[in-house]
Design a protein around this ligand. Structure first.
Ligand SMILES: O=C(O)c1ccccc1N[C@@H]1O[C@H](COP(=O)(O)O)[C@@H](O)[C@H]1O
Length: 153
């Protein structure tokens, strides 16, 4: 099991997530009640152990904005959580996690997307905490890059 805990805003939350076995910590740089400024994220990221990786979540931002936020915060991964085209992902200098709405009909589109991880989310979007029926995607991993599944973290 590979676990990502998203919406980290405090050192205490990061430490608790790590103690509970998180592999990835997510920092929200999109419009959200869980937003964190990159400078504040940097302070937290500087304390996390090497085996835990940091992820910055963005929604439909420019490449230059994401690159500079990622450098400022010291991110390991950029998560694209909007309608970013494959070109955007291909131009980023950071490893990419691409979020897709959990829709079995999108398999062909998802397969073409250049990224390191796929993240499946409820069609209502990121940060809603809505669960989807992940059992319908049980066999996806045979055809896709590594898969992260969201259900209200
Ligand atoms: O968490 C947020 O506030 C957020 C805002 C905008 C885009 C993505 C966001 N979070 C990411 O979405 C997934 C799913 O969240 P949830 O299960 O709906 O709470 C979460 O893992 C974050 O990566």
């Amino acid at each position: 099991m590979f676990v990502k805990i998203c919406g980290i805003q405090t050192l205490e939350a990061a430490q608790t997530a790590i103690q509970q076995g998180a592999d990835l910590l997510g920092f929200i740089f999109a419009d959200s009640k869980r937003y964190i400024a990159p400078e504040k994220a940097r302070v937290i990221i500087d304390t996390i152990p090497e085996h835990v990786k940091s992820v910055g979540v963005f929604v439909n931002e420019s490449i230059s904005h994401m690159e500079s936020m990622a450098a400022l915060a010291g991110l390991d991964y950029i998560q694209l959580h909007g309608n970013e085209s494959p070109d955007v992902a291909a131009q980023l200098s950071f490893p990419v996690i691409k979020a897709f709405s959990a829709d079995a009909d999108k398999l062909a589109e998802i397969k073409q997307y250049p990224c390191d991880y796929i993240l499946l989310d409820h069609p209502s979007g990121g940060g809603t905490g809505e669960a989807f029926d992940w059992r319908q995607f049980k066999t996806f991993h045979q055809e896709l890059p590594p898969l992260l599944s969201c259900w209200g973290d």
